[in-house]
Design a protein around this ligand. Sequence first.
Ligand code: ADP
Length: 366
Amino acid sequence: MDLEAVRTAVGAVQDPELHRSLSDLGMVREIEAVSDDTVRVQVALTVPGCPLKDQLTADVTAAATSVAGVEVVTVDFTSMTDAERTGVVQKVRGEDNIREVTIGKPGSKTRVIGVSSGKGGVGKSTVTVNLGVALARQGKRVGIIDADVWGFSVPKMLGIDRQPVVLDEMLLPPEAYGVTVMSMDYFVGDDQPVIWRGPMLHKAIEQFLVDVHWDEPDYLLIDMPPGTGDVAISLSQFLPRAETIVVTTPQPTAERVAARAGLMAEKVNQKVIGVVENMSWFTGDDGKRYPIFGEGGGQGLADKLEVDLLAQIPLLPNLREGADAGQPVVVVDPEGEAAAAFERLAAELDARGPRLRTHPELVITN
Ligand code: ADP
């Protein structure tokens, strides 16, 4: 049995949270042949109670058995020392470990998109979550900040029920369906009231942007609190280049309330890029669309804000059921009407993103 080959194979496994190879992170420790066809692999975890141990075990086992002659793999774990862990944090964050908001700044490839609404209950979180998963399914790397401090719901909608791993002062956001999520929900008990003052909110948002290891996603979506206020102001200070989409329902009276969220975004210099109308219609068994909440609200708002109506999302019982069960509809029913609407929304957003300029007229010949 070629133990060096085993070390190479295991070293190439990616840490599921840090997205770096185990060899890069210095996590592969002892490797020994226990018998003719059995190898023992020891992996050093960054923190002892790593929630992704099972996945690591499976990935390491698969990598080791890919080496000729290895039939059985036993994986055991040890923990890194404080110094080793600090080394990992430095490696991941960059040697100088900049402690300021870099995401969304010039030079960063991350597009930051706030999802706003005039009032609660219109489906803003539902849109954030399903848009995030739809973007991830189109190959994008996506993070979500759940900044809706009056009702954190993003982790539950994605079935995330654990706290982030903390490495020194770096927080690793839990991931579900290809989307990493940071939420205050991780830190407050279920029925605990959360009382926020402006300065506390400001600090919390800053920490979410600075201390969380987002690892330069393509998209950072922000589930904004409904209405206008402190969070929008704080975010605009940290993320001056953020864009905004506004979610509304079809009834024309909702339009005025939603328009305020759009105007607020403009006031703090965040570009409104479009409107999403949610609960647009219910498609009956007869295939007909029933506009339960009226019609025209989304287009009316888009006209008022002088932007495009990016998508209309149908009202669907399995959308709510999925959200309650921690499974977004784009995962539960990927072929369905709502999933298709979210896929289109993701594509529309992507199409409106910054493009690399190419000059087809320039042809280099030799
Ligand atoms: P908000 O973030 O605006 O407060 P939520 O996304 O939490 O709203 O949605 C409110 C409720 O409506 C949730 O129970 C959600 O599952 C449900 N819901 C949202 N959009 C739809 C839809 N298109 N069809 C069915 N239920 C929906």
